[in-house]
Structure formats: structure tokens, C-alpha cells
Ligand binder design. Structure first.
Ligand code: DP6
Length: 357
């Protein structure tokens, strides 16, 4: 599908409208790291959609007689002008695709289910929830919009806010970026993936160990930029693409040993890119490494399929089947909580995607 097919042609008069959507966070198994304008990934990525880590956003659309688009953003009930520049560039980017937005003043009210200084990237769930509210308005203007188009365009808009947000619309597994295993996959939006995956992945657990709740010294956007002129970039994009093909086949057969090998390689390759950028940087912390070592020791000793992945930060996501939940949670509480800031960690699991509330 071309970008231009996402331009809304609706010419109806603006009317007041209120909507509220809840969108989940996601954790990538195959990582997106490196992009070109406009938010086109250098390699395909695959993620688990989460269930409990969500952003809920309400948008109040008021017809704006002055004809100049305006918005206010509230987080947990408080006006947050600091977020306005980022949202302003998002609206500038998406307004050619939703020209009707210019007839409105928006009041946006957002809240997260997870503690806001947890170091969990909330931009994916936040951009996804906001995009779904915008699509809800668009569907009111044009009742012919099918569910498929609704979710595709929501993912398309969310991507223009934050790449990984494209994968925070549907679930339980989503795929974003052109690749050879699914010819319909797109660089412009993510799609739900893998109805034929092994059933173990329909209830896979993700426990997020909060190693560092502070903000990151290098943002994802800066990290993506450092993949330009990176000495290993081309090899990394090939590796991610090969990993995707291998991972999908392992996830279909339910080969957890193979799954773990690729998921952990992806996490460490992502951080290896950071450590070999110019300038180089390290987002892992001593506690991140202590956890990884304990996870490996636990796996060797118990043969339980517990593995880790990392996003662009120090926190660790522990992935494991629901069947091993009890024993692994005892291990987390007794051995790993000590490496978390304030002993804090969050239980989550794969989820089915965003919903209207
Ligand atoms: C390491 O989606 O946060 O989490 O497109 O610049 O907003 P922008 O970047 P972002 O990058 C996510 C990077 C990652 C890997 C992933 O989620 O695939």
C-alpha cells in the first residue's frame, strides 16, 4: 500500500466528539534499530504485545471556528506543556493524512498503568492510544472504513509518532517492516502476525525488572541516528532479517531452545550496536549484567526456558512460558528483586491489543 492511500478525503463539517482508547506497550523480540525518513525501518521487527502495561488516552474534539488547529495535553489530569513540542511535530507529520484535524481544538488526557518514572518506554503505547482516538473520529466521518483499514491506519499514524508504536495496536504478536516471510508486510504499518504460532506463545509471560527508573542518557531517536555511518550497520540489518526468518520457524514449532538463542542474541546485538556507535554509549548497568548472569545460571541448573531481552535501557524483560510461572516467580523474588531499583518489578504477559474504553 502507498502512503497516499492513507490520505482521508472526508469533507464533513466538524462536530463535537469524545473518545477514549487503551493501547498496550510492546516488547520487541527482533529489534528495530536504524531508520530512514519518514520513520522507515532499516530491518523488519517482531514483538509481543503486552497486556497490563497500557496507556489510556481520552481525546475531546471541539470544533474550532478560528480554523487554526490547537491542542492541550494533560498527563494524569495535569497540563503538561513540556510534551507539546513532541506532539506538535507529530500533528504536523500526520495532518496531511487527516486534514479534517485542522477544524478542531483537542483536549488530550493520558495516563499510564505503570509508574511514570519506571524507565519503561511509554511513547509506543501513548502514540498508539492517541492514534486510535484520531482514527475513531475519522471512522465517524466515514462509516465505510473497515476494521482492517482502521487498525492499519492507526498503526501508520502511530509509526509517525514513534516507530515501535506501530506495533502497539494489535496482538498478540505483531510484525512491522517488509520481509520475505510475509509478502503483505509493510514498512508503513505493523500487522498482527502468526495465527499458526505454537500455542505456548499465546500466554507467554513478561516480567519487567526495573533496574533503573530514571530517564535514559541517550534517547532511542539519538541511537537510531547513530546507525548512520555505523561500521557494523549493514551487517546488523542483515542479521535482524535472518533472525526474523529463523525465529518465525522456531515459534511455529515451539522450539524454546532456539527461541531463547535468537531472542537473547537480538538483545545483545542491539546493545553491541550502542557500544560500537560513534560516539559510543552503554545503557546496561551492573545490575543488568548481574541479572543476565543469574538467568543463565538458573537456566543451566533447572533447564527451565527462562530468557531475557532488553530494550533501549537498563531494565530487563524476562520471558517465559505460563507453565513455568510459579517456579520462575519464586526465583525472581528471591534472587533478582535485589538488583531492581526499590526492589520493583512488573508482571505482564502477551495481550490481544488495544481496546476502546
Ligand atoms: C530498542 O520506537 O523508541 O525499543 O522511532 O525514534 O521513536 P523512534 O524509536 P523507538 O525505538 C525502539 C527501539 C527499541 C527496539 C524496538 O522496539 O524494536
Amino acid at each position: 500500500m502507498e502512503e497516499t492511500s492513507f490520505i482521508s478525503s472526508s469533507a464533513q463539517a466538524a462536530v463535537p466528539f469524545l473518545t477514549k482508547w487503551q493501547a498496550p506497550s510492546n516488547i520487541a523480540l527482533i529489534k528495530y534499530w536504524g531508520k530512514t525518513e519518514p520513520q522507515i525501518p532499516k530491518n523488519p521487527s517482531l514483538s509481543f504485545t503486552l497486556s497490563s502495561s497500557v496507556t489510556t488516552t481520552e481525546v475531546d474534539f471541539t470544533p474550532n471556528p478560528s480554523g487554526a488547529f490547537q491542542f492541550e495535553f494533560y498527563f494524569e489530569g495535569k497540563l503538561k506543556p513540556d510534551f507539546h513540542p513532541k506532539l506538535n511535530s507529530f500533528f504536523e507529520r500526520i495532518s496531511p493524512f487527516i486534514p479534517w484535524i485542522r477544524d478542531y481544538a483537542l483536549k488530550i488526557n493520558s495516563q499510564n498503568s505503570f509508574p511514570h518514572s519506571s524507565g519503561i518506554a511509554s511513547s509506543a503505547s501513548a502514540m498508539a492510544a492517541l492514534s486510535l482516538c484520531l482514527m475513531d473520529r475519522e471512522r465517524k466521518l466515514d462509516a465505510t472504513v473497515s476494521d482492517e483499514t482502521f487498525f492499519q491506519k492507526a498503526s501508520f499514524l502511530a509509526r509517525l509518532g514513534s516507530g515501535s508504536a506501530a506495533r502497539s495496536i494489535q496482538g498478540p504478536v505483531t510484525l512491522w517492516g517488509k520481509n520475505t516471510i510475509q509478502s503483505s508486510a509493510s514498512d508503513l504499518y505493523a500487522t498482527p502476525f502468526g495465527i499458526d504460532l505454537h500455542p505456548v506463545f499465546t500466554s507467554y509471560q513478561d516480567t519487567i525488572l526495573l533496574v533503573d527508573k530514571g530517564s535514559k542518557p541517550v534517547s532511542s531517536s539519538q541511537g537510531h541516528q547513530l546507525m548512520y555511518n555505523h561500521p557494523f550497520a549493514e551487517q546488523r540489518f542483515i542479521q535482524a532479517t535472518t533472525h526474523l526468518t529463523d525465529l518465525v520457524s522456531l515459534m511455529k514449532s515451539g522450539d524454546l531452545e532456539g527461541f531463547i538463542r535468537i531472542v537473547e542474541t537480538e538483545a545483545l546485538s542491539l546493545h553491541a550496536m550502542m557500544m560500537t556507535s560513534n560516539p559510543y554509549f552503554i545503557l546496561m548497568q551492573p545490575n543488568t549484567l548481574a541479572i543476565i548472569q543469574k538467568v543463565w545460571d538458573f537456566r543451566t541448573a533447572t533447564k527451565m526456558p527462562l530468557c531475557f531481552t532488553l530494550d533501549a535501557g537498563a531494565n530487563v524483560h524476562l520471558l517465559y512460558p505460563e507453565a513455568n510461572k510459579e517456579a520462575i516467580r519464586i526465583f525472581i523474588a528471591s534472587e533478582l528483586a535485589v538488583h531492581c531499583e526499590g526492589g520493583q518489578y512488573l508482571f505482564d504477559q502477551v495481550g490481544s491489543g488495544a481496546k476502546k474504553v
